[in-house]
Design a protein around this ligand. Structure first.
Ligand code: TYD
Ligand code: MG
Length: 456
């Protein structure tokens, strides 16, 4: 008979099951279901008994609250992603693939916040203190006011933090931390949840900012996954393509600032270096105008970013020709191909299609639709677009172009980087002041005719 309070969790996705099974119905993982004993509870971690509580203290919505003082690291790309600096007492999760540079970023951040007077403590559960020291030496941070510890026991970590009260604690990584109050293996969902909860509560109670590193699994989720994302105030992802030196820090949730903000870094032999002008970097590898290459004027968070979209279209002998996308949504590509076929009579059947966002950036904005369509047609017809032209606009299923946000900022950025022409949806009013000549287009068919001439 199952013990009272026994529960079964999938250690891959966190789904709760009433009984054990070989395969998790929620995510399909095999052998991932583990028994979690202990009280089934709310986030407080304590079973609700009969005892009456003390009641809550209620306050008015209008009670004055002083603005949160922020600590700035001086690493602008990081401060902006945090929403203007580090909020005291905030809990932050930094997720990313193993080896992408999380430890490097956080050691540099700790050093910078140390110089700002936060007296940070860096707890490594993955590397020995000597290894972290070696990395610090390599990064030229030997003298930085950061104290180190190699520890995985949550009890030891919390006791030390209680005593020391630093302004910032970095826990690298949350997956290595284990609580002895929880009867399950380190790395399991229960352990992860307990550790993240304790650390988050500590952060709030003591006003100590806690940054936790979380490794992302193959499936692209922070292992032990979403279960801790809701607990923390801010979730940042550190992304990048292997083989590319660009790294992007992206906020996917932020209680203290805008989400979807990005910070761009370059990984060098001496650590991560800020990239103040990402557009110049993303366009740096572009040489002479080539067919299939289009510059998209995008917005990432609050900042305009120009990127090159590359397409290659080649005849295929396969019954189902290949469609390969890097840095964009495959479903969205299928939609653009269908719209081109149905509304502009430009078929791609029998052709392989490859789409790539240069520089390893991942774009989620629908405003990239028109630039993708332009790259596809340009590749298919082997006609290069003018080198001084940027493109943006969302394409609807009818083939009509829809307006996009912040057109002015996009055009200003394009002008700054020496572009002189733009193709944009007809609703775009702004632009005159940027000095860019704008071709306003109402639908995709009009765009094809205007830019590429007629098809046969
Ligand atoms: P790391 O921060 O250990 O990644 P994570 O904590 O996300 O697993 O960084 C790993 C990679 O970064 C490693 O392959 C080496 C590279 N690297 C540099 O290129 N330059 C540097 O200065 C450092 C410290 C690391
Ligand atoms: Mg690491």
């Amino acid at each position: 008979m199952a013990k009272a309070g026994a529960q079964f969790h999938c250690s891959a996705c966190g789904a709760v099951h009433a009984k054990w099974a070989g395969r998790c119905e929620a995510c399909g993982a095999w052998n991932s279901i583990v028994e979690e004993t202990g009280p089934t509870t709310g986030p407080g971690g304590r079973a609700l008994g009969r005892r009456r509580g003390r009641g809550m203290t209620l306050t008015a919505l209008s009670d004055p609250e002083p603005p949160l003082p922020r600590a700035r690291s001086g690493i602008d790309e990081l401060d902006r992603v945090l929403g203007g600096g580090l909020t005291p007492g905030s809990a932050i999760l930094v997720g990313g693939d193993p080896g992408i540079g999380k430890s490097t970023l956080l050691l540099q951040a700790a050093a910078a916040f140390g110089k700002a007077g936060l007296a940070p403590i860096y707890v490594s559960g993955e590397e020995a203190a000597a290894q972290v020291r070696m990395r610090a030496h390599r990064l030229g941070l030997d003298g930085a006011p950061v104290r180190l510890a190699a520890e995985t026991s949550l009890r030891e970590i919390l006791t030390t933090l209680e005593g020391e009260r630093p302004g910032l604690a970095v826990i690298d990584s949350i997956q290595t931390v284990w609580a002895d109050t929880v009867d399950s293996a380190p790395g399991s969902v229960t352990q992860l949840r307990a550790a993240a909860h304790e650390l988050t509560t500590f952060a709030k109670r003591r006003g100590v900012s806690v940054i936790m590193v979380g490794h992302v699994t193959k499936e692209g989720q922070i292992a032990g996954p979403r279960v801790i994302e809701h607990m923390v105030d801010t979730v940042l992802y550190f992304e990048g393509e292997r083989g590319h030196q660009f790294r992007i820090l992206r906020s996917v949730k932020n209680r203290f600032g805008p989400a979807e903000e990005i910070g761009v870094f370059e990984m060098t032999g001496g650590g991560l270096v800020e990239v103040a002008n990402p557009s110049a970097l993303f366009l740096a590898e572009r040489d002479r105008p080539a067919s299939g290459s289009v510059v998209f004027a995008g917005i990432e968070g609050t900042r305009p970013v120009l990127v090159e979209i590359q397409a290659l279209v080649a005849p295929s002998g396969l019954a189902t020709p290949r469609r390969t996308v890097v840095g964009w949504d495959a479903g969205r590509l299928a939609m653009i191909l269908a719209v081109l076929e149905a509304r502009c009579a430009i078929p791609f059947s029998g052709m392989e299609v490859y789409l790539n966002i240069a520089g390893g950036l991942r774009i989620t904005e629908p405003a990239a639709d028109l630039a993708v369509a332009a790259a596809l047609i340009s590749a298919r017809q082997d006609i290069a677009l003018p080198a001084d032209m940027v493109v943006f606009g969302e394409v609807s299923l009818s083939g009509a172009l829809r307006p996009v946000t912040q057109a002015e900022a996009r055009l200003r950025e394009a002008a700054k980087l020496g572009f002189s022409r733009a193709i944009a949806p007809s609703q775009v009013k702004a632009g005159a002041e940027s000095g860019i000549s704008i071709d306003r287009i109402a639908d995709l068919a009009g765009f094809v005719e205007g830019v590429f001439g007629s098809f046969d």
